[in-house]
Design a protein around this ligand. Structure first.
Ligand SMILES: NC(=O)c1ccc[n+]([C@@H]2O[C@H](COP(=O)([O-])OP(=O)(O)OC[C@H]3O[C@@H](n4cnc5c(N)ncnc54)[C@H](OP(=O)(O)O)[C@@H]3O)[C@@H](O)[C@H]2O)c1
Length: 348
């Protein structure tokens, strides 16, 4: 994104130069314009923002994860599970947390099957992200076992599929409790150990909905926006203490997220897919492996915010960032279509 901003500025400068028609500067302006067009083309064929793509090409691939103590929440399925495999294989000491112990044990079993992963480097610590009073004990157990917490990956989360007018306030609150207050609580229990060690990385698995609106997901969207507000402030406050914050914003990724989405009230079953996004072959879905691999690049290079999505979804990130007015005009049109589609699918 930093690159995107630079080239947007470069384009403006180029335009001014062309307007002024100063011959000698004309070629510089043309050069900047061509560079911008190349960047624009690259961003259209990538599945991550340009800075992330650059780091994937020439940055650290995760070799610096060796010996790092990484606490992953929501490690029992989806993105968290895959992050566990990839980080364990890079030599990290991985702590797996979520509610379902049997699933965590399955993930642990898969981890230790990799020949490069040592059994003592994978620890299962079940935890409910909404039971804040238990978080301190989990952090203490990690430090007792490994001596420190280097990296906290706030990944636990549930999505939402509900019309805002039908959604009970209790459901909105449950989503906030899990997706926003959970990560804040976990951060607060891990932070003292990080400060003591003078090293820490907080990785927050946000979403595309952390930076743009989404119909049928008002509370989910608010929880992810809230994550950005809180943790961007943390970064500004604590970077001088060597605490880095990375916001990862995936688009649609293969996982159980749609099946686990909350509905209007707790009595309704988990969401049934209404737009094909739960179909594993849906064309905009990114594989879990790819999402985790790009997240590892972001962690290894301490990037501030990364966008991880296939096209044309990624294009919306750029629009939300660089054309906010146009995006605000356009999203109600998309929303209207989505609501219609949702109502039709529920009527069937
Ligand atoms: N997949 C996508 O398209 C997508 C896109 C953007 C962002 N994300 C974000 O990615 C993160 C991971 O989601 P996913 O796609 O991998 O979905 P997933 O397969 O449904 O995984 C969700 C994880 O969260 C855990 N979890 C749920 N409630 C919990 C609780 N109360 N306490 C502790 N852990 C809890 C689940 O474990 P237990 O049930 O065992 O507790 C599970 O491991 C979420 O934050 C989600 O918002 C996903």
């Amino acid at each position: 994104m930093a690159l995107g901003t630079i080239y947007l500025i470069a384009l403006c400068i180029a335009a001014v130069f062309i307007l002024l028609s100063i011959r000698v500067l004309y070629f510089i302006a043309l050069f900047l314009l061509v560079t911008f067009l190349i960047c624009f083309f690259l961003s259209m064929v990538s599945d991550g923002d340009l800075t992330l793509m650059l780091y994937e090409l020439i940055g650290n691939k995760g070799d610096n994860m060796m010996g790092r103590v990484v606490w992953i929440t929501g490690a029992s399925s989806g993105i968290g599970e895959e992050l566990a495999y990839q980080l364990a294989r890079k030599g990290a000491k991985v702590v797996l947390s979520a509610r379902r112990v049997n699933e965590l044990e399955r993930v642990r079993g898969n981890c230790v099957r990799f020949p490069e992963v040592r059994e003592e480097n994978i620890l299962v610590l079940p935890m409910d992200a909404t039971k804040y009073e238990t978080h301190g004990q989990v952090a203490e157990t990690i430090v007792d076992r490994y001596g420190k917490i280097d990296i906290l990956i706030n990944n636990s989360g549930r999505s939402q599929r509900a019309l805002v007018q039908d959604c009970k306030i209790e459901v909105d609150k449950a989503i906030m409790d899990l997706n926003l207050m959970g990560p804040i609580s976990l951060f607060k229990v891990a932070l003292p150990y990080m400060l003591e060690n003078n090293y820490g990385q907080i990785i927050n698995i946000s979403s595309a909905t952390g930076i743009m609106p989404a119909p049928l997901s008002s509370a989910y969207c608010a929880s992810k926006h809230g994550m950005h507000g809180f943790f961007n402030s943390v970064r500004s406050e604590l970077s001088y203490r060597n605490i880095a914050v990375t916001m990862v914003c995936p688009g649609p990724v293969v996982s159980n997220i749609v099946e686990n989405a909350l509905r209007e009230d707790f009595t309704r079953p988990a969401a049934k897919p209404y737009d094909g996004t739960a179909d594993r072959s849906y064309k905009v879905l990114m594989s879990t492996e790819r999402c985790a691999a790009l997240t590892v690049v972001a962690i290894a290079n301490k990037l501030n915010e990364v966008w991880v999505a296939r096209q044309p979804i990624l294009l919306f990130y750029y629009m939300a960032q660089y054309m906010p007015g146009f995006t605000k005009w356009m999203t109600p049109l998309i929303g209207r279509g989505r609501v219609k589609q949702y109502n039709q699918s529920q009527a069937q």
